[in-house]
Design a protein around this ligand. Structure first.
Ligand SMILES: Nc1ncnc2c1ncn2[C@@H]1O[C@H](COP(=O)(O)OS(=O)(=O)O)[C@@H](OP(=O)(O)O)[C@H]1O
Length: 338
């Protein structure tokens, strides 16, 4: 195992070491790709090719290859914060809120045209760990990022790299998990594939196990795993900005900051503001091997859009599975009922 700091040459011998490390990185990456490619595969929800891991069907690039490489290479720190979500659950929003909160001193949210969000999407400001490590020729220099480093993942809790979940320093990150109560319905509404979804054949594994993995981790270690709900964030965004700041170790200290800065962050990260930014209208974000237009991350930003796409029968089928899977785990009924 080596740290990404070794990627910076400081002398000729260091440069040779770096060349060796790059080769090791490439070989490791290739080994993981070859291994995953040798597993049974099939199509699933969406166009992505899924591979059979012992814990279920998953997309190959992420979480599988990316997290396997990270398992070998990533030197986690207790100050790291990982946004852990399923796609379509509000990842873009929580990334924006967390980044704007943690970096509010150097990038005040009311700095209008000067804020990084004018040129970068939240997905470029808080990058997916497994996407960063999905590169064939170089290991990214993650040590250069200032503390607290912010990352993201769509991987389920029990597929995460060991250093990320380690129980004690010097490894072990904090997690912000965001959960959309009706996400089961909305994921299907977006992808229109109820059968695949109900069978758990989706790119990041079965929906319910994903939610329960982070829920149980939160119950065990609430100081390390913050479990948030999209619907509650919509109701009280300012309260959630304060919670994020506390959790990240950068609480709002003065009454003045608590008033002005919190409101400015909420406004900056609001759906209506973000859709109008140049970075959203014209920019693209690199995700593994492709880029996507930033506008794709913003659809309606409303709770309950599933009703426009899903029949009542389909919604009931998903709800019945959700209730059965969540029973006994202490997830409040309102998590399902909202
Ligand atoms: N700033 C802000 N505020 C509130 N809601 C927001 C915001 N940005 C994105 N969204 C909505 O989040 C939904 C997309 O979820 P993700 O960001 O997880 O999608 S992605 O997987 O990263 O593509 C998607 O929800 P739906 O519109 O209901 O599909 C986005 O519109």
């Amino acid at each position: 195992m080596y740290s990404s700091s070794s990627m910076k040459p400081s002398s000729p011998s260091q440069a040779n070491q770096d060349a060796d490390d790059a080769k090791t990185y490439k070989e490791l990456y290739q080994r993981c790709t070859d291994l995953v490619s040798s597993w049974p595969s099939r199509q699933g929800l969406s166009y992505l090719q899924l591979f059979r891991h012992e814990k279920g069907w998953y997309n190959g690039v992420t979480p599988l290859v990316g997290t396997m490489v990270a398992d070998e290479l990533f030197a986690a720190r207790p100050s790291d914060i990982v946004v852990a979500t399923l796609p379509k659950s509000g990842t873009t929003w929580i990334k924006a809120l967390l980044y704007a909160t943690v970096h509010r001193r150097e990038h005040p949210a009311d700095a209008a045209g000067d804020h990084p969000f004018n040129s970068l999407s939240p997905h470029e400001c808080v990058k997916f760990l497994e996407y960063q490590l999905y590169r064939a020729d170089e290991a990214p220099d993650l040590d250069a990022l200032p503390d607290p480093r912010l990352f993201a993942t769509h991987a389920p809790f029990d597929l995460l790299p060991r250093a990320v979940v380690a129980a004690a320093p010097p490894s072990g990150c904090k997690f912000v998990n965001e959960y959309k109560s009706r996400n089961g319905r909305e994921l299907v509404a977006v992808d229109a594939a109820v059968g695949f979804f109900c069978d758990g054949v989706s790119p990041f594994g079965p929906y319910w196990e994903h939610v329960l993995g982070y829920w149980c981790a939160h119950r065990e270690r609430p100081e390390r795993v913050l479990f948030l709900r999209y619907e509650e964030m919509k109701r009280d965004p300012a309260g959630h900005v304060r919670r994020l700041a506390e959790f990240a170790g950068v609480p709002f200290t003065s009454p003045e900051e608590d008033g002005g800065a919190v409101d400015a962050i909420v406004r900056l990260c609001s759906f209506d503001n973000m859709v109008g930014l140049e970075a959203t209208k014209g920019g693209r974000t690199q995700l593994t091997t492709t880029t996507v237009p930033n506008s794709a991350f913003f659809r309606r930003g409303e709770v309950g859009d599933w009703a426009n796409h899903l029949s009542p029968e389909m919604a009931q089928r998903i709800d019945a599975i959700t209730e059965a899977k969540f029973a006994g785990f202490g997830l409040a009924p309102s998590l399902i009922e909202l």
